[in-house]
Ligand binder design. Sequence first.
Ligand SMILES: C[S@@+](CC[C@H](N)C(=O)[O-])C[C@H]1O[C@@H](n2cnc3c(N)ncnc32)[C@H](O)[C@@H]1O
Length: 226
Amino acid sequence: MKTKIKGPILTARSFFEYVKMFNLDLDLLKNKNILDCAAGASSFTALMTSKGYKVKALDLLYDKEYQFLKEMCEYHLDVLIKSLSSLKNHFIWDYFKDLDELKKHRLEAQNQFLEDYKIYKGEKYIKANLTDIPFFENKFSLILCSHLLFIYDHRLSYEFHLNSIKEMMRVAEEVRIYPLIKHRAMKSEFIRKIKDDLMDRAEVKIENVDYEFRKGGNQMMNIKKI
Ligand SMILES: C[S@@+](CC[C@H](N)C(=O)[O-])C[C@H]1O[C@@H](n2cnc3c(N)ncnc32)[C@H](O)[C@@H]1O
């Protein structure tokens, strides 16, 4: 099996991981419009909407059919587990005890996503590019962006980062981005530049979160328009 994937891998972080990665207080999110960008195969939208919250998800892949995404999820999870087996020391094994537990957790999350996607593709799950979000200004109270920006800063340009963040800020009052590191726990150099470039239009804060799987990955960026 090939063990390298070009571009962002399709991952399925769970609802529980999102709550921790983004310091979410679920009581405060009732009746708020929330958007998960780029949501991949995360179970956040499926779980939240099953509890009555108003959540939509956006990803470049959401024009694909269920079967295509199912096979892609399975393949990418196998590649992920295989590649992590030689990188175990870069991760903290307490939330997940070992690779088997990680695989079980992610499999459960991607199955929850897939079952929901089968029914709500095009309704809750919207195909779009982060730089061109098909919603009007301030439609959302909160956007969550997990594992696309900063972590791939060797592949995605600074211009893409800045344009994506500006576009998310156009459609939401608040944007949270996690994590702020790339491989080997190095902080992305784009963070300081983003803070500088948004200085006149937003309050940008770096906050600690109660989640650290990748070593050093215990912070998120919180952006509020001023
Ligand atoms: C690593 S996954 C993260 C998925 C999910 N947020 C999570 O944390 O498990 C990155 C996702 O970004 C999507 N993606 C990559 N470039 C994108 C873009 N320009 N616009 C929207 N989605 C994009 C990919 O299709 C992939 O599903």
